[in-house]
Design a protein around this ligand. Structure first.
Ligand code: ASP
Length: 342
């Protein structure tokens, strides 16, 4: 008889485990063991579940690279003993965290599935139970004694997405996430519909490598008509800044005014990496398609292609933490490392 899959549930916080503060009425994180008591259905699942919780569960607005390292360490320490991992996390920054972890966990060969909910688990109309139960079921899927999924994913409202392709689109609807440039990996209905041809291939014989020291000397600049020279210059001249994600218009377009292009050119010559990402919610950067992006390409701006801003900023933090020569950085950034871009 085959052993039941072992799943580690990692509780970081988020609405799923929150309840209303008696005095203020605001939602705040509460004790994880109480949360589990509210889902007796977990006992019916055909897997063994163990749990581990952040000592102090957080609202995901308080997530940061140190806490990502904490999640990565929990996975690393328990990697050999478990078949899959489900990370309970607030939805607000879940796409950032799923993206970050996808880069931090190199050669991942087991499922790491982020999920959470829009309503606390104790709420009568909660979406937490379905999200949690199906996320655990998907993490338990095995074929020929191997995990079916071996990447960092995000499960929410009947869909499993590649984590680093997602973005939060709604603060109210149960369908809070979308994956604008990559199809759903699994759809949950009466049956689980697996789109297996879209999964990342299983890593063979490569040992898990965990990268914990992300470099956060980065920022995101969203272009808008009227952005001024003083503002842009002030940001680009921050001495410790190593890279920026520039959210441009449409297919990667930006103003052609001299002051703008000269500031960027000088910053790049001084060693700053500039990643061009579209501020549209779908589609890809294509520098050179319009005159308004031709110079960006010439001065060495890096194409983010169809990457999300969440994946771009975390990939930048990850690559800056690696010893990569300046001449290779652009090519490596423009290469899909974990299925995050075309
Ligand atoms: N503010 C919450 C958080 O991100 C929202 C949620 O969990 O959905 O932690």
């Amino acid at each position: 008889m085959l052993n039941k899959p072992k799943i580690l549930l990692i509780y970081t916080g988020g609405t799923i485990g929150m309840r209303k503060d008696f005095d203020t009425g605001a939602l705040k994180a509460f004790n994880f063991s109480k949360l589990l008591q509210r889902i007796p259905e977990l006992k019916q699942l055909d897997c063994e579940i163990e749990t581990i919780s952040f000592e102090k569960p957080i609202d995901s607005s308080n997530i940061n690279p140190e806490k990502w390292a904490k999640i990565a360490t929990i996975i690393e320490d328990n990697y050999a003993s478990f078949d899959g991992f489900v990370v309970l996390h607030g939805s607000d920054t879940m796409s950032y965290s799923a993206s970050a972890l996808s880069f931090m966990l190199e050669n991942l060969a087991k499922p790491v599935i982020f999920t959470g909910s829009q309503l606390p688990i104790g709420d009568l109309r909660t979406d937490a139970k379905e999200n949690l139960i199906t996320a655990i079921q998907i993490a338990s899927l095995r074929e020929n004694n191997k995990p079916v999924i071996s990447e960092v994913c995000l499960y929410f409202e009947y869909k499993l997405y590649r984590g680093n392709r997602t973005t939060k689109i709604n603060a109210e609807h149960f369908k809070a996430f979308t994956s604008p440039n990559y199809p759903d990996l699994v759809e949950s209905g009466v049956h689980l519909k697996l789109n297996s041809d879209l999964f990342l291939p299983i890593q063979k014989n490569e040992k898990l490598k965990v990268h914990k020291n992300l470099n956060n000397n980065v920022t995101i600049i969203k272009m808008f008509p009227g952005i001024s020279e003083v503002v842009l210059a002030a940001i680009l001249n921050i001495p410790s800044l190593k890279g920026i994600v520039l959210e441009t218009y449409g297919a990667g377009n930006a103003p052609t005014e001299d002051w703008f292009l000269n500031l960027l050119k000088q910053a790049i010559l001084n060693g700053l990496y500039v990643i061009n990402v579209t501020q549209c919610s779908g589609g890809s950067v294509n520098m050179g398609q319009y005159e308004t992006s031709t110079v960006l390409k010439e001065i060495g701006v890096i194409s983010g292609k169809d990457i999300t801003t969440e994946a771009a900023i975390t990939k930048l933090m990850y690559l800056l933490s690696q010893e990569i020569e300046t001449k290779d950085f652009k090519t490596i950034f423009e290469t899909a490392l974990r299925g995050e871009m075309i």
